[in-house]
Design a protein around this ligand. Structure first.
Ligand code: AMP
Length: 217
């Protein structure tokens, strides 16, 4: 089984949805830098105060900050059973720092999963995306509606739209994806770690494909 996994893809490709199902199915530690920043903002910590303006504009939080929180989390004992990095790395310096760290702590990356998706579809998905305020479960106003309008099926929490899921921030996020994150695809392809999947195939089918990959089938 592959156990140390990076999940990549543009915003809206379905990383969060797949990540939640995969970490449950394979008992992996879910490390989402986006979730870590959103939790810090909610809790009003120094990290949250620093990250908030970057996130709301759609900009990337500076590398040294992001690398610092991942280093701390990845070195914890529970990550020995396997981890799924969701939304990290997003820049070449982050990938290089991760490469050094994973050698240092002897937790090598087994595979980099890239979920690909075209821009029109990303815009459609993100503009209709809703998330649960309490547990973070993802929904969509057309394709993944909750049983009761505005209420999370899983925990009964209130559904909301992320502040950075608006048109202006989305343009900025997509442009960071193209300029800062896409170069990582070559970086990981050269290391022989990259596996690319079409995000348009639908969430269930994609989950089946990823499950096979991780099981080594
Ligand atoms: P996500 O939930 O992965 O879409 O992340 C939401 C936002 O958090 C991003 O648009 C960035 O502002 C910030 N963020 C998350 N991960 C990173 C990262 N690896 N590097 C820099 N900023 C990040």
């Amino acid at each position: 089984m592959l156990k140390n996994i990076i999940l990549m893809g543009p915003p809206g490709a379905g990383k969060g949805t797949q990540a939640k199902k995969l970490v449950t199915g394979f008992n992996l530690i879910h490390i989402s830098t986006g979730d870590m920043f959103r939790d810090a903002i909610k809790a009003g910590t120094e990290l949250g105060k620093l990250a908030q303006s970057y996130i709301e504009r759609g900009d990337l939080v500076p590398d040294e900050v992001t690398i610092g929180i991942v280093k701390e989390r990845l070195a914890q004992d529970d990550c020995a059973k396997g981890f799924l990095l969701d939304g990290f790395p997003r820049t070449i310096p982050q990938a290089e720092a991760l490469s050094e760290l994973s050698k240092e702590i002897k937790r090598p990356i087994d595979v980099v999963i890239n979920i690909d998706c075209d821009k029109d579809e990303l815009i459609r998905r993100i503009s209709g995306r809703r998330v649960c305020k309490s547990c973070g479960a993802p929904y969509h106003v057309e394709t993944m509606r909750p049983k009761v309008e505005g209420v999370c099926d899983l925990c009964g929490g209130e559904l909301m739209q992320r502040k950075d899921d608006n048109k202006d921030a989305l343009e900025v996020r997509l442009s960071h994806y193209v300029h800062d994150t896409k170069p990582l695809l070559d970086y990981y392809a050269n290391l022989g770690l990259l596996k690319t999947y079409d995000g348009a195939m639908g969430s269930e089918k994609l989950f089946d494909e990823l499950t096979k990959l991780i099981k080594g089938e």
